[in-house]
Structure formats: structure tokens, C-alpha cells
Design a protein around this ligand. Structure first.
Ligand SMILES: Cc1cc2nc3c(=O)[nH]c(=O)nc-3n(C[C@H](O)[C@H](O)[C@H](O)COP(=O)(O)OP(=O)(O)OC[C@H]3O[C@@H](n4cnc5c(N)ncnc54)[C@H](O)[C@@H]3O)c2cc1C
Length: 447
């Protein structure tokens, strides 16, 4: 059934990229529909419980991502739902844990304030791009809406791939993708004990006036506990350390945990994803037993909430008009058609091994993301891609895939989609100078 509503811009996927795209296009006066298959917005950050901002936006001297991301971040800070980067974070870039429920609530209000028509619990089942530069989008309940321009913010380039846009998958040659992680919330953590016996893992947030658990990286004590547990057969998770344990702002005795690693061949295959989730659940049980035995202040922790969805780091990437390379990232390359900046590390979790390639950025440095990487090299002219599946080599993707940069990329995709409507909906005809002006007006930080 075709609903009477016709959208100027249809954004498929309500993760960080989709939120950025929808708000940007709506603020330019366009009628925007945002479709998300989950009951909440936020993508991996909420559904997969990876609820923190990796420091892609702070180069340890200044903030390099503004715009819609900064506005949403400010809303979380004013709700006391985010542990913000501290002025002293000039040596080790710090992540910013947030409350995933408040994020979902604020993201929805933010989109609605901008006039976006948000459809939750609806999956885009098909997008039929017609020659007359329109698209009939069919949802899984059989309803259909038409749109002039489509933003693919599915994370998997699902719409683009189905519409014939050339795509790459994982590693060149093997097509291997980074492993998945099933994240969860656990508690209660005794913060007094943790502070006494493992003081480096407890931080203080002046905005919330509370102490909280913050662990990430490679503390030698923790690495030794993990190595021992693996040797004794108590841990089968193929990883040397714990990626993250971070308290929820406002409820610091409960923490999100990223301590899992499940290999998969194709995370867009629902059967393989279900098997991987099953394996992830067993890792959660092992993880909790490990924390109870070893981690100070955690001897009574229980599972509080399992993520709705296992976390997917990598799948398809489109072939765009420009392929952002690992070399561009390492060189901190600047582009004449920059639409966003990023300073997060190259962070490739190895498939089939227990190692991770991590190359942090030097303080004060970043790289640019060019507009051409969002524009498919072929396929429907009224389609633009946002988020982790833009045109890039996987090493480059391993850096900008984090949520602040995905939201900034989304903002550019949404603004570009709105501007394209001035010239019949052709994304490739968007004038970069116009796009740049609009992004700067919307508070984006681009050199
Ligand atoms: C285990 C793990 C840990 C991570 N840790 C961090 C971290 O600490 N900090 C950080 O900043 N980033 C982290 N990331 C990366 C980051 O969360 C994601 O890469 C980022 O969310 C990507 O944004 P996106 O909008 O491109 O895609 P996603 O967040 O994947 O959002 C895509 C959205 O599209 C929806 N969708 C897909 N197909 C359809 C369809 N057909 N119809 C309707 N909706 C659809 C999905 O449900 C989803 O909500 C992590 C990722 C993983 C997997």
C-alpha cells in the first residue's frame, strides 16, 4: 500500500549517521522520513550497547567535530547523561560513556524538534529507484512511501548494494571482516573497593559529581589476569585484553562491558548473525565469571542487560568517487572537498587472531573525509551513502567508523541530499562550495 506521504529525503537507518543526515536535511526545510528497524534510534550505540563516543572529535588540543554531533552531545551533557572529556585528557584520548536510554530519548526528540518524521520498528525491505529520479521504498509491513533522494545509512550499504552500487567487503582478497562483540551491562560494582584496590580504574566527573568505573586498554595487571584465565581454560574469548568497562552516567555501579570477540564470515547474513550471537552469549557468561573472580569491586556482579544486537564493526563499503585510503589517514591528509574531520586511531580488530592493530593519532592531528567518498561511483543518481560504509579502504574505515565521525558524515550526506533537490535530485551535481557553506552554517568544523 502506498502511503500518501511523499518525502523529499528518505534516510534509511537511524544510527549516528542516519540521525545526522535526517536532522541536517530537515533543517534545510526538506520533508524528511527517517526509518529504523529497531524500536529506538542510535544504531550500535544503543542497540549493541557500545554506548560511548570514541575520541574522533577531540585531538587533545581542540574539538574537531561540531554541528549536529556537538548539539546532541550537549543535550546529553545537560541531561547529566555523559561523562565528558576532561581538559586534562591531553595525553591519552578518552572515550565519553553515555546512558544509552537517554541517548535514544534525546536523539528521537532532536529529530522530531527538527521536523523529521521518524518511523521506528520498520525495516526497509526494498528501494525501487525509478528512472524519473524518484524512489519507491517498501517497508517490511508492506507499506510504501516515495522519496526524491535516498540516504543509505544502514551501516551495511544495504540499499546501495541492492541498487547496483559496486561494493567491497572486508579485507581485500579474503573478504574477512573484523570480529563481532556482544556487549552488555553488569552490576553492581563496589566503587569504594575498586577505588581502593584498583585506583587507576575509577574516575571523577565534576558535572555529575560522581565517581565512576572507567577501564579501557592494556593495564598489565588485567592482561596478566586474562592470560592466566585463558591458560586455565576459564576464558575462551580470543582476545588478550578487555576493550572497555565503563559505568553508566547517573548509575555508576552499573557498567557496559565490551569483552567479546566472535569471528563471522558475513555479518549481513541473519543465520550467521544468529549463530554468532549464540557464541557471544557464552562469552558473556565467561566474562562475568572472570570479573567476579579477578576484578576489584566486582565479586557480586550479575548480568543486568544484554545488548539487543551483537555489535558489527564491518561489512560492505561502497566504491565511491574517491576511496579514502589508510595512507590518507596516516598522513593526516586534507581534501579540497572536506565534509568532516576525524582523529580516531586506525583500529583493526583481527579476524581469526587475538590481536588488534591500533595506531593512535598524534596530538593535534587529524584527517579529512572528502565529499566524493559519500557519492557512489555508479548506481542511482539520487542516492548518497553515510556512515561506516562510505568509499574507503578498510584501514581508513577502521578509524572513521566510530560514532562521532559517522554522525558528521551523516550530517554532510543529509545536507547534500537537501541541496541535490535544487538540481533535480542528482547527488553528483551538488556544488561543494554550497555544501560547505551549509555545513559551516550548521556548525560543522571543517578546515
Ligand atoms: C563492538 C563495537 C564497539 C564499538 N565501540 C565504539 C565506541 O566505543 N565508541 C564509538 O564511538 N564507536 C564505537 N563503535 C563503532 C560505532 O558504534 C559504529 O561503527 C557506528 O555506530 C556506525 O554508525 P552508522 O550510523 O554508520 O551505523 P549503525 O550504528 O550500524 O546504524 C545503522 C542503523 O541502520 C539500521 N538499519 C540497517 N538496515 C536497515 C533497514 N533495512 N531498515 C531500517 N533500518 C536499518 C540499523 O538497525 C542501525 O540502527 C563500536 C562498534 C562495535 C561493533
Amino acid at each position: 500500500m502506498i502511503e500518501t506521504i511523499q518525502s523529499d529525503v528518505m534516510v534509511c537507518g537511524g544510527g549516528p549517521a542516519g540521525i545526522g543526515a535526517a536532522v541536517a536535511a530537515a533543517r534545510l526545510g526538506r520533508q524528511v522520513t527517517l526509518v529504523e528497524r529497531h524500536p529506538m534510534l542510535g544504531g550500535m550505540g544503543t542497540a549493541a550497547l557500545v554506548n560511548n563516543f570514541c575520541p574522533a572529535h577531540f585531538d587533545r588540543e581542540r574539538f574537531i567535530i561540531g554541528g549536529i554531533f556537538a548539539e546532541l552531545r550537549d543535550r546529553l551533557i545537560s541531561r547529566k547523561a555523559l561523562y565528558a572529556i576532561r581538559p586534562t585528557d591531553t595525553v591519552h584520548p578518552r572515550m565519553e560513556p553515555y546512558d544509552p536510554d537517554v541517548f535514544a530519548e534525546e536523539a528521537l526528540a532532536f529529530c522530531r524538534d527538527a521536523g523529521v518524521d521518524v518511523l521506528l520498528e520498520r525495516r526497509v525491505a526494498n528501494a525501487d529507484f525509478q528512472p524519473a529520479l524518484a524512489c519507491a521504498v517498501t517497508f517490511d509491513d508492506g507499506t510504501q512511501r516515495k522519496a526524491d533522494v535516498v540516504v543509505d545509512a544502514t551501516g551495511d550499504a544495504e540499499i546501495a548494494a541492492a541498487a547496483g552500487v559496486p561494493c567491497l567487503f572486508g579485507e581485500d582478497g579474503t573478504q574477512a571482516v573484523m570480529p563481532l562483540s556482544l556487549c552488555y551491562l553488569m552490576g553492581p560494582i563496589d566503587l569504594d573497593v575498586a577505588q581502593r584496590e584498583f585506583p587507576e580504574s575509577v574516575s571523577y566527573d565534576p558535572n555529575l559529581d560522581e565517581h565512576y568505573f572507567y577501564y579501557t586498554g592494556a593495564n598489565p595487571r588485567v592482561l596478566a589476569w586474562v592470560a592466566d584465565a585463558r591458560r586455565l581454560g576459564e576464558l575462551s574469548i580470543p582476545v588478550k585484553g578487555i576493550a572497555a568497562i565503563m559505568s553508566l552516567p547517573g548509575r555508576p555501579w552499573i557498567a557496559m562491558v565490551n569483552f567479546g570477540r566472535v569471528d563471522i564470515q558475513d555479518p549481513t547474513d541473519p543465520r550467521l548473525l544468529a549463530d554468532a550471537t549464540d557464541a557471544g552469549r557464552r562469552q558473556v557468561e565467561e566474562g562475568i565469571r572472570f570479573f567476579r573472580k579477578h576484578m576489584p569491586g566486582m565479586d557480586r556482579v550479575e548480568l543486568v542487560q544484554l545488548a539487543h544486537r551483537i555489535g558489527v564493526r564491518e561489512s560492505r563499503r561502497i566504491v565511491g568517487r574517491y576511496t579514502l585510503t589508510g595512507g590518507d589517514v596516516r598522513a593526516g591528509r586534507q581534501f579540497d572537498d572536506c565534509i568532516a574531520q576525524c582523529c580516531y586511531a586506525i583500529d583493526v580488530h583481527h579476524n581469526g587472531r587475538d590481536t588488534t592493530l591500533l595506531e593512535p593519532f598524534m596530538r593535534g592531528r587529524h584527517f579529512d573525509i572528502p565529499w566524493r567518498s559519500l557519492v557512489p561511483i555508479a548506481g542511482p543518481p539520487n542516492l548518497v551513502v553515510a556512515g561506516r560504509s562510505i568509499g574507503a579502504e578498510r584501514e581508513a574505515m577502521s578509524s572513521f567508523r566510530v560514532s562521532p565521525s559517522c554522525m558528521a558524515i551523516g550530517q554532510a550526506a543529509g545536507a547534500g541530499a537537501a541541496l541535490a533537490l535544487q538540481s533535480g535530485g542528482v547527488i553528483g551535481d551538488v556544488d561543494y562550495d554550497d555544501l560547505r557553506r551549509v555545513l559551516l552554517d550548521q556548525g560543522a568544523i571543517i578546515a
